[in-house]
Design a protein around this ligand. Structure first.
Ligand SMILES: Cc1cc2nc3c(=O)[nH]c(=O)nc-3n(C[C@H](O)[C@H](O)[C@H](O)COP(=O)(O)OP(=O)(O)OC[C@H]3O[C@@H](n4cnc5c(N)ncnc54)[C@H](O)[C@@H]3O)c2cc1C
Ligand SMILES: *[C@@H]1O[C@H](CO)[C@@H](O)[C@H](O)[C@H]1NC(C)=O
Ligand SMILES: *[C@@H]1O[C@H](CO)[C@@H](O)[C@H](O)[C@H]1NC(C)=O
Ligand SMILES: *[C@@H]1O[C@H](CO)[C@@H](O)[C@H](O)[C@H]1NC(C)=O
Ligand SMILES: *[C@@H]1O[C@H](CO)[C@@H](O)[C@H](O)[C@H]1NC(C)=O
Ligand SMILES: *[C@@H]1O[C@H](CO)[C@@H](O)[C@H](O)[C@H]1NC(C)=O
Ligand SMILES: *[C@@H]1O[C@H](CO)[C@@H](O)[C@H](O)[C@H]1NC(C)=O
Ligand SMILES: *[C@@H]1O[C@H](CO)[C@@H](O)[C@H](O)[C@H]1NC(C)=O
Length: 623
């Protein structure tokens, strides 16, 4: 153990190197209690802690497993890969729908969580996507309710006139915020072949949509990114909500390198958190006089609740964990968006492609990469202003616009027995919830106002298709009482057969695009699955062989829904049946929006902070 003096010196050195943060290195730096203890300093945890500590009377501690990022170029320059030390990779159980292949789920294990490592795509779903949350028993969670919080979280800079001349990007500020912490703006550069992509979609009658953030998130779009101006650097939650002024608040403590292992209770009230250094099993306790706020992300938040005695009875008793509150939905309702990569050959394109600046790509072009990096540092221009291996240009298409046979597929989907998709013994409430969701999703499939397909093209010889609104459900469950062990991730990919129908229709749509005159100017040729794969049955074989379970948008494992629908949280984000315990991260989403998730996570957490402040929860004295 360090002496108090050397601790002080150590803290000073660390802070001098990276920030002025009130960073805590261990139990001795903490107060014995706080008003709120937040578990997880990722996207949602930082938002809530930041907003609560705007009141100097309120003391907040975040316990975060990772460290503060080092501010190195990989964490700031969009086009550089983020250092591997900030990633954690989960490997799923074998997926029956994928010929027993496994899939990976990545997370950021660092202050800022996923926003330090993510692809920086910064968009919102359609109004219908959030109205569906409201419909599932959550008054106050529709699009109109969330829009003020989307605005509150961002500072939006419209595209430059040059970008507006080249791409659909409305200067309309109306749905945007201009005072919030997260930078939302456009990369000042694009690869020329992207124009062929837009022209190709337009020739197929697809809407080219300059304003996809105002409730109608469909069409071919040039998206804003979580990119701070004028520096043109990654705007992570850490940069937006912690580094700088908030980190100097005396009432805002951040303990890094430590893992919450259990929530402590008195009767049915959360009163504190048990935690341990990342690399030890020796635990300490800290009290929360008002609330414990869970923000450990979709993969880890259910683990924390399960270890704390909240979850499915059989799972917990089987592991010898005393049951505090039976909630069958804890860890279920897991949703992500399955993705399939279609390699293409751009046989007539010899100009720059994004792979030229990626040292891991076959086409890496050292000379070009050097020039572009120099252009980034000198003028904030060029290929490194675009996020690593990602891009800004995608098409979001409603199922109805994918195939003329949409109503046939929807009819077939209605005949699928949902109870037959879950293992025997599944709690009936989970099946009711799944059915209620499928009813809503099939209405979405028949609508032109929300998407089922996302397809991306960044100028490299690759087109990706993603099923945005899967009907399949998975789970994330512990199989051990060791809090450091990974939980078992089961995506449940393609357990509902309609998800394959959606991707089959999507692949065919991409084939229409590739043969459009605009994409033929690039000489686009599909390499895989390739021209020999034509029948629906053959496409299904290729999809099961090649699909990845995740688009890195895991949500839903602690869903905000009534208990009779298998839900875990009430519309105040409080855990059903428990006092003083809320969940504010992506695990709360009952249904995945047809979108990337970070901007929704920010909006939800901004709203959560308001709910917490407004609630009249009595200050408890748990001494
Ligand atoms: C590779 C990748 C690419 C992505 N691309 C995009 C994109 O382009 N656009 C987009 O909008 N979204 C993207 N996302 C998703 C987006 O980043 C997430 O939706 C968002 O970060 C989720 O926020 P969260 O607060 O729920 O969880 P996180 O941000 O994951 O935060 C959870 C935090 O809790 C910590 N933690 C976990 N367990 C414990 C514990 N027991 N005790 C203490 N701390 C704990 C973790 O270290 C982490 O910091 C991507 C994500 C990844 C991983
Ligand atoms: C997948 O694994 C299950 C269980 O081990 C087995 O019954 C099934 O045949 C396997 N499927 C394939 C396609 O290998
Ligand atoms: C879907 O099709 C309808 C009818 O053709 C059209 O009006 C609409 O713009 C299309 N949507 C998109 C996103 O292309
Ligand atoms: C701006 O970006 C550069 C990376 O090129 C980084 O070194 C610098 O710290 C950034 N400044 C801010 C204020 O984020
Ligand atoms: C555990 O982590 C602490 C803090 O990061 C570090 O000082 C210590 O050396 C580590 N111990 C071991 C055994 O790795
Ligand atoms: C791509 O096209 C080029 C030019 O026609 C050709 O030389 C190359 O072999 C093709 N690559 C693949 C993988 O088909
Ligand atoms: C528990 O799950 C983890 C993560 O999937 C896995 O690595 C481990 O082998 C499993 N352990 C048991 C006992 O099944
Ligand atoms: C299955 O995937 C492997 C590896 O990606 C590939 O080599 C093979 O051709 C694929 N087979 C089919 C039938 O798609």
């Amino acid at each position: 153990m360090l002496s108090p003096l050397s601790r002080l010196v150590g803290a000073y050195l660390i802070c001098a190197a990276v920030c002025d943060a009130k960073l805590c290195r261990g139990p001795h730096d903490l107060k014995s209690g706080y008003d709120y203890v937040v578990v997880g300093g990722g996207a949602s945890g930082l938002v809530v802690a930041n907003r609560l500590t705007e009141d100097p009377e309120i003391n907040v501690l975040i316990i975060e497993l990772g460290d503060l990022d080092d501010g190195s170029p990989g964490t700031l320059v969009p086009g550089l890969q983020t250092p591997q030390k900030y990633w954690h990779t989960y490997t799923s159980v074998p997926q029956k729908g994928l010929n027993n292949r496994t899939s990976q789920l990545y997370t950021g294990e660092v202050v800022g969580g996923g926003t330090v490592v993510n692809g920086m795509f910064f968009n919102r779903g359609s109004a219908l996507d959030y109205d569906a949350w409201d419909e599932l028993g959550n008054p106050g969670w529709g699009w109109k309710d969330l829009l003020p919080y989307f605005k509150k979280s961002e500072t939006y800079s419209p595209a430059t006139p040059e970008i507006q001349a080249q791409y659909p990007a409305s200067p309309d500020l109306q749905p945007h915020g201009t005072q919030g912490p997260v930078g939302s703006s456009y990369a000042p550069f694009s690869f020329d072949q992207i124009e062929n992509w837009f022209n190709g979609w337009a020739s197929l009658g697809v809407l080219v949509n300059p304003q996809s953030n105002a409730g109608l998130a469909v069409g071919a779009i040039h998206s804003s990114l979580s990119l701070a101006q004028p520096n043109v650097s990654r705007s992570s939650a850490s940069d937006a909500y912690f580094k700088g002024d908030p980190s100097r608040r005396a009432n805002f403590h951040l303990l890094t390198g430590h893992r919450a292992v259990k929530v402590m209770f008195e009767d049915m009230t959360a009163v504190g958190v048990e935690y341990a250094a990342r690399n030890t099993s020796q635990t300490s306790h800290v009290k929360a006089s008002r609330e414990v706020i869970v923000a450990a992300g979709t993969a880890r938040s259910p683990q924390l609740l399960q270890l704390s005695g909240i979850g499915p009875r059989q799972l917990l008793t089987g592991l010898g964990i005393p049951l505090l509150k039976e909630l069958p939905g804890v860890g279920f309702n897991f949703q992500d968006q399955p993705s399939y990569y279609i390699p293409v050959n751009l046989t007539k394109w010899s100009g720059p492609i994004p792979d030229w600046v990626d040292p891991t790509a076959d086409a890496y072009h050292e000379e070009y990469a050097k020039q572009q990096l120099a252009a980034y540092y000198s003028e904030r221009q060029g290929a490194y202003t675009i996020p690593y291996q990602a891009g800004s240009d995608v098409a979001f298409l409603p199922f109805k616009n994918l195939t003329k046979q949409y109503s046939k597929y929807i009819k077939q989907a209605k005949t699928v027995d949902i109870s037959g998709l879950s293992p025997p013994g599944t709690d009936p409430s989970l099946i009711s919830g799944h059915k209620a969701q499928v009813d809503i999703l099939l209405k979405h499939y028949a609508s032109e106002d929300t998407a089922s397909l996302e397809s991306t093209f960044n100028g490299s010889p690759l087109v990706i298709i993603v099923a945005l609104k899967p009907l399949s459900r998975g789970s994330i469950l512990i199989n051990s009482t060791d809090p450091a062990a990974d939980p078992q991730v089961d995506f449940g990919t393609f357990t509902h057969p309609t998800d394959l129908d959606v991707l089959v229709a999507s692949l065919k749509k991409i084939r229409d695009l590739l043969i459009s005159p605009a994409m033929q100017e690039l000489g686009a040729v599909e390499i895989s699955p390739g021209p020999s794969v034509q029948s629906d049955a053959d496409i299904v074989v290729a999809l099961k062989n090649g699909t990845l379970s995740s688009w890195q948008h895991p949500v839903g494992t602690l869903a905000m829904m009534p208990e009779e629908l298998g839900g875990v949280l009430d519309p105040q984000l409080r855990v059903h049946g428990i006092d003083g315990l809320r969940v504010v991260d992506a695990s709360m989403m009952p249904l995945i929006p047809a979108s990337h998730t970070s901007s929704t996570v920010y909006a939800v957490a901004e709203k959560a902070a308001d709910l917490i402040t407004a609630s009249q929860s009595k200050v408890r004295h748990s001494a």
